[in-house]
Design a protein. Structure first.
Length: 309
């Protein structure tokens, strides 16, 4: 059994990482436990109220229901837990469990023989890291992921109301993800944009459509949005519920925002073309810049003023 313990403290991060492991487990038929997903489990049809049997025959459960993996998961949530345990590999092995984390060399291919030998082996494999990917099967099993992570009906109804209300006043509905908060420190604040950046991008987006087209912008943020900064546009808001905002973003026609797994998931789930602003001066010049995210490799835009990391 593979046990995913990394708590990434971000909805998009958690959905994306869990999805890569889920499709890999389905493809290669090994058991997967996702205790790190517990806080989000009540939101989705594939996880709400479940412990051991998701979606019929999928080899996926929420909790391992084994004392040693449960204990390791709790220890790994402590601030000092991961560095201590990962530097003492003999300790998990003594308990009959293998613990692995991220590698300095970059992403780990979940289809590699090395990983699959561990995943399908007799020992529990506890994975505490972010850089694990199965990109081919993420795309191949996209519809399965959309079924698994379908919100429960009360949240679907709330999202449908947001979308219907805003579409009543629009020919084109553009979701704008205004990410703040933790972005002040992420990559040195490289993706923490002012409202002026979003206003400029929205003007450029509106100019891509005929003058008589009703282009409406649905604004999302993890901080309050000052209405006066966006007064020149027709705008709407969602419910400020983390799940409902994410899936309302997935109900738009286009998405604009900084580099973020939050907007990536919305693009993937709703099959919505997405344009990431890779710098504060990144122009929105053509609808060809918008691509539906399926965790494929993307080309980053660079300006002379912004060095991308």
């Amino acid at each position: 059994m593979v046990i995913l313990t990394q708590d990434l403290h971000g909805f998009g991060n958690c959905l994306l990482l869990t999805s890569h492991f889920l499709v890999n487990a389905v493809e290669h038929d090994y058991e997967l436990a996702i205790p790190a997903f517990a806080s989000y489990a009540p939101y989705f049809e594939g996880t709400v109220g479940q412990r051991t049997s998701f979606f019929g025959r999928l080899p996926v459960r929420l909790n391992p229901d084994q004392p040693v993996p449960d204990l390791l998961h709790r220890v790994l949530q402590w601030r000092v837990g991961p560095p201590v345990l990962l530097r003492l590999p003999w300790l998990p092995r003594l308990l009959g469990v293998r613990l692995v984390g991220d590698l300095p060399t970059g992403d780990v291919d979940l289809n590699s023989p090395e990983y699959l030998a561990q995943a399908q082996g007799p020992q529990h494999l506890v994975v505490h890291g972010w850089q694990y990917r199965d990109k081919p099967n993420f795309a191949r099993h996209a519809d399965l992921l959309r079924r698994f992570f379908r919100p429960i009906k009360p949240h679907r109804d709330a999202v449908a109301q947001v979308i219907a209300t805003n579409r009543a006043h629009a020919d084109v509905l553009v979701g704008v993800h205004i990410r703040r908060g933790d972005y002040a420190g992420w990559y040195g604040g490289a993706y923490l944009y002012t409202n002026a950046t979003y206003v400029r991008a929205m003007r450029e987006m509106r100019a891509l459509f005929p003058a008589d087209a009703r282009v409406r912008f649905l604004l999302f943020s993890n901080e309050p949005i000052p209405a006066e900064d966006f007064a020149e546009f027709e705008t709407g808001r969602s419910t400020d519920h983390p799940l409902e905002d994410l899936y309302a973003l997935a109900g738009c026609d286009y998405i604009i925002g900084p580099l973020s797994t939050y907007s990536m998931w919305a693009s993937f789930y709703g099959r919505v073309p997405l344009c990431h602003l890779h710098g504060p001066d990144h122009p929105v010049e053509s609808l060809e810049q918008f691509v539906v995210f399926e965790d494929q490799e993307t080309v980053r835009w660079e300006s002379e003023k912004v060095a991308l990391v």
